[in-house]
Design a protein around this ligand. Structure first.
Ligand code: SAH
Length: 345
């Protein structure tokens, strides 16, 4: 029966029930094998490495899961100066990464002029640019795009609208999707994603998330476990199940085929070598090394122990090359834009 469900998701003729069945199965080995085959067929053995720099942990939002939430007074806040950001990126050039991801809490100090100035300067250094600054107006996104930003990451977090309302007070799922549609219209490659293991989140709603990935045809999708942060309202809940995350990544690969799927940060510290190899073997094709200066890195505490890898970026790069070689994968030398391949099956 599950072979039928696998066949259905591959052919595109699937129902939500197929996804639910695949998510709750006890032996996902066939699912992982198929995801790996589809990954190889549609995006090849190349792994895209995108460097991420977390430029400010100030945030005006109150997301109940996130350690950066405005009401967390225990967190020491920082905001890098634009010159400092540019200096760090210039320093990172020899690492050979082809994309810079600028990420921040929702911090109004990053005016459109400052962001656009940084985008233009980064483009001059021959990088593709991804931004992840949260919800902005159409006009602001338009300016970012005109300055040369290629991609934007804005996860929809959960498609359970009631849960969304509870977890993101003052925000709405509808507006989130509205922002993603604005970004698409402006020609950005759009990244979405979810957390798995949120309190009150049913498997059924994770299947809805994957249906939405398909409907919206996102270019990148980050699927990560929820990790409780003690200084938040839901800090006493348990963490998301890694196996369920892996299943969701594999199903998403089979359905969306040529999409970019990162090994999410929770798996990406070098310490979790095994986790990273597993994700790469079941659909993932992107890794996002963190180049945030060490003095700030600990303060970008979305969840605890986020980037416990205290490995220095150049050493990290070396170890990553070894790991990918061991996994039989190569490192992409292109910008790593999504190349849409029409499914021939
Ligand atoms: N402000 C930006 C980006 C910063 S947060 C934005 O709104 O998009 C980046 C991502 O971290 C969020 O999209 C969320 O999916 C993830 N995140 C936040 N808290 C988390 C937690 N406790 N466990 C796992 N992921 C978390």
């Amino acid at each position: 029966m599950l072979l039928k469900a696998l066949e259905n998701i591959e052919s595109g003729k699937f129902k939500k029930k197929d996804i639910v069945d695949l998510l709750i199965q006890d032996d996902p080995s066939e699912l992982y094998r198929n995801a790996d085959r589809i990954r190889k067929k549609f995006v090849g053995d190349e792994v895209h490495l995108r460097e991420i720099i977390e430029i400010s942990n100030y945030c005006k939002q109150h997301c109940l899961y996130c350690g950066l939430q405005a009401q967390n007074t225990k967190l020491k806040r920082y905001r890098m100066k634009p010159e400092e950001v540019m200096e760090r990126i210039r320093w990172s050039v020899p690492l050979g990464y082809k994309t810079v991801v600028l990420q921040s809490g929702e911090d109004n100090a990053w005016t459109d002029d400052i962001v656009c100035g940084m985008v233009r300067d980064i483009r001059k250094m021959d990088f593709a640019v991804t931004l992840s600054f949260g919800e902005k107006s159409y006009e602001t996104y338009k300016k970012y795009r005109e300055a040369g930003a290629d991609r934007y990451l804005l996860k929809h977090e959960t498609s359970d609208t009631e849960l969304y309302k509870f977890l993101d007070p003052g925000m709405s799922f509808k507006n989130r999707i509205g922002c993603q549609n604005d970004l698409k219209e402006l020609g950005f490659q759009v990244g979405s994603g979810i957390m798995i293991g949120l309190p009150g989140q049913a498997v059924d709603s994770i299947a809805d998330d994957i249906m939405l990935f398909h409907k919206m045809d996102y270019d990148m999708i980050g699927i990560s476990p929820f990790i409780p942060h003690k200084d938040t309202e839901i800090g006493n809940n348990s963490s998301g199940d890694h196996e369920l995350v892996r299943k969701a990544v594999a199903i998403t690969r089979i359905i969306l085929k040529d999409v970019h799927l990162p090994v999410t940060t929770a798996f990406s510290t070098l310490r979790d070598r095994e986790g990273k190899l597993q994700m790469l073997a079941s659909g993932a094709n992107v890794i996002m090394p963190n180049i945030t200066p060490v003095e700030y890195r600990k303060m970008y505490e979305i969840y605890p122990d986020k980037d416990s890898s205290d490995v220095e970026p150049f050493e990290y790069r070396k170890q990553l090359t070894e790991l990918l070689t061991e996994a039989g994968r190569t490192i992409s030398t292109s910008y790593g834009h999504r190349i849409k391949i029409k499914a021939d099956i």
